[in-house]
Design a protein around this ligand. Structure first.
Ligand SMILES: [Zn+2]
Length: 147
């Protein structure tokens, strides 16, 4: 893998530190997708439409509509707000195992740090974090841009 695989397209490459339980470290790259307001609104609108679509679709189902319509009706706006707040997510990652040096790929996921993974080679648990963290506020991911 040379970093040009399809899921890295449109993402920002971020250099990360991979750590295992005993403190050994290796390097990796996480591809982040940063969403601007227009992209967030679109994703949020899609989530709302799906939830309300499911609520409407549940209406004709006798009996079950009592259980299905209210949750989907409420879930729509909740999902809308959640997605509006989601400013970025992880497209994928490539990390090297500090123990066996096997390269492991991670799929698309929410960007909650540290990311957790299991090595595809030896199965050891890996903790993936940016090289520096800033507890005082949102992280400026450009600081971590991989060369
Ligand atoms: Zn390993």
């Amino acid at each position: 893998m040379d970093g040009s695989v399809e899921w890295t397209q449109g993402g920002d490459a971020v250099a990360v530190v991979v750590q295992e339980r005993q403190g050994r470290t290796a390097s990796g790259t996480v591809y982040l997708k940063v969403l601007d307001k227009a992209a967030r609104t679109k994703r949020a609108g899609v989530a709302l439409a799906i939830c309300w679509g499911l609520a409407l679709g549940s209406l004709p189902i006798l009996f079950f509509h009592f259980f299905l319509v209210p949750p989907f009706g409420v879930l729509g706006p909740v999902m809308f707000l959640v997605r509006m707040k989601q400013e970025r997510f992880v497209l994928g990652a490539q990390v090297d195992c500090p123990v066996c040096e096997e390269r492991t790929q991670l799929g698309k996921q929410a960007d909650g740090w540290p990311l957790l993974a299991s090595c595809g080679g030896c199965g050891i648990r890996l903790t993936i974090q940016p090289p520096r963290t800033d507890d005082r506020g949102p992280v400026d991911w450009r600081l971590y841009a991989a060369p």
